[in-house]
Write a protein that binds this ligand. Structure first.
Ligand code: HEM
Length: 419
């Protein structure tokens, strides 16, 4: 039986989004840079071509948000909803140098590995607190009861949000992510604009507080950020950065944690290997990042006529870098769909991107993942999919990939497997 021609597969069809791996494999084999006929997008799926594009940031620009909205005045309903808010500034992820470089320099301090390492006892305490809440039940919906909460509570605390405001904070975080991955209708755009205004007023007040009385947290770093040769951040810039931290950091980390446990559950021999040797935990994190690739796709907009892997791409084209595909490129990763916690080159994955936009939060995400796996596996054993559960499904999002829910069963251990 001959395979469906590539052009007859829509990259955003629910079935492709739910299970993109075979489509990605065919893209890599047949057209690593592919002008997709249904959408007009250029899909970049091989490791080599993705690396070439991310290195050439002058041609493959991150000003995609601006380009997508260019020339369009928002509808009056959206303008009305946005009235009373601060101007939204394109910061790191949606900017190019020199602006992107300036923002990164100013907030970098909050995310350097040495600083992030000091958060470890706190992340560990938080993880135990979350596990305490379900450990006696023998089962957990890991996504909502754990994976989404660990990064959310952590960043909420770092941004000075008290526990009672968590539900509201979570709504903002989910809303911003929703906006990023979907083409919102008018109602969706109005809701998004209202949410941004709400978020801005809440955090403008908090930034003011931290400016007066800095503490040892990320909010204070943003509020007081200065470097010698750069103009300090103004309020709209600081707010846009905070917004971007939520968009970039919460769902991605949650998806990585949940996918990691799902991989371990489906590959008990790999789980046993980690249970037998705690030193495998850092490489487990990298191998999970490679296979999960929570930021499965990322936009670029092309600033001049160019060529990539022999394919001409005209100025103004939109490109989708398929990080999830690059991370399963058989020319880089042997037997790429296999989950192998001992894989030698797991850490050469592109799950955090590469080049000037390399994930600012990578040290924090790695720390949270490592603590999550150490504490979940350390305290609980016999992990398996809940007996009454359907096979877990993926959320349908153009950029971010992750499970909708992950109902698991386990038993409490008498002691950690490593002691
Ligand atoms: C497992 C979790 C995470 C994954 C998979 C991930 C993935 C990525 C990727 C692929 C990029 C590059 C995008 C591009 O090429 O344009 C990126 C950028 C970024 N990430 Fe992450 N991220 C994660 C966690 C975090 C966290 C926890 C934070 C902060 C709290 C964060 C903040 C950012 C920011 C600010 C950028 C933009 C940097 C720039 O453009 O200069 N990320 N992330």
């Amino acid at each position: 039986m001959s395979a469906t021609p590539l052009g007859e597969i829509h990259p955003f069809a629910p079935e492709t989004l739910a299970d993109p791996h075979e489509y990605n494999r065919r893209l890599r084999a047949e057209a690593p840079v592919y002008r997709e006929p249904n959408t007009g997008l250029f899909l970049v799926s091989s490791y080599e071509a993705v690396v070439e594009a991310v290195q050439d940031w002058e041609t493959f620009s991150n000003r995609f948000a601006q380009a997508m909205g260019s020339g369009r005045t928002p509808p009056p309903e959206v303008q009305e909803a946005a009235a009373g808010g601060y101007r939204v500034v394109d910061t790191m992820l949606t900017a190019d140098p020199p602006e992107q470089r300036r923002f990164r320099k100013l907030v970098n301090r909050a995310f350097i590995p040495r600083r992030v390492a000091t958060f470890e006892p706190h992340v560990e305490g938080l993880s135990h607190e979350l596990i305490d809440a379900f450990a006696a039940d023998g089962r957990v919906e890991l996504m909502s009861q754990y994976a989404q909460l660990l990064p959310l509570v952590m960043i909420a605390e770092q941004l000075g949000v008290p526990r009672e405001d968590l539900p509201q904070f979570r709504r903002w975080s989910d809303g911003f992510v929703e906006q990023l991955g979907q083409m919102a209708d008018l109602e969706g755009q109005v809701q998004a604009a209202k949410m941004i205004v709400e978020f801005q007023h809440y955090f403008a007040a908090k930034l003011e507080e931290r400016k007066r009385e800095p503490r040892n947290d990320i909010l204070s770093d943003v509020a007081t950020a200065t470097v010698e040769d750069e103009r300090p951040l103004d309020v709209p810039e600081s707010l846009s950065i905070l917004q971007q931290l939520l968009v970039a950091g919460n769902e991605t980390t949650a998806n990585a944690i949940a996918e990691g446990m799902w991989l371990l559950v489906r590959n008990p021999e790999q789980l046993e290997a980690v249970e037998a040797d705690a030193e495998l935990l850092p490489n487990l994190v990298e191998e999970v990042l490679r296979l999960a690739t929570p930021t499965a796709n990322m936009w670029r907009v092309v600033t001049r006529d160019t060529e990539l892997a022999g394919v001409a791409i005209p100025k103004g084209s939109f490109v989708l870098l398929r990080y999830a595909s690059a991370n399963r490129d058989e020319r880089v990763f042997a037997d790429p769909d296999r989950f192998d916690v001992r894989r030698q080159n797991a850490d050469t994955h592109l799950a955090f991107g590469q080049g000037i936009h390399f994930c600012l939060g990578a040290p924090l995400a790695r720390l949270e993942m490592q603590v999550a796996f150490r504490t979940l596996i350390g305290r609980l054993g016999g992990w398996r999919l809940a007996a009454d559960a359907e096979p877990p499904r993926y959320r349908l999002n153009v950029l971010l990939r992750g499970l909708e829910a992950l109902p698991l069963e386990f038993r409490e251990r008498s002691g950690p497997p490593w002691s």
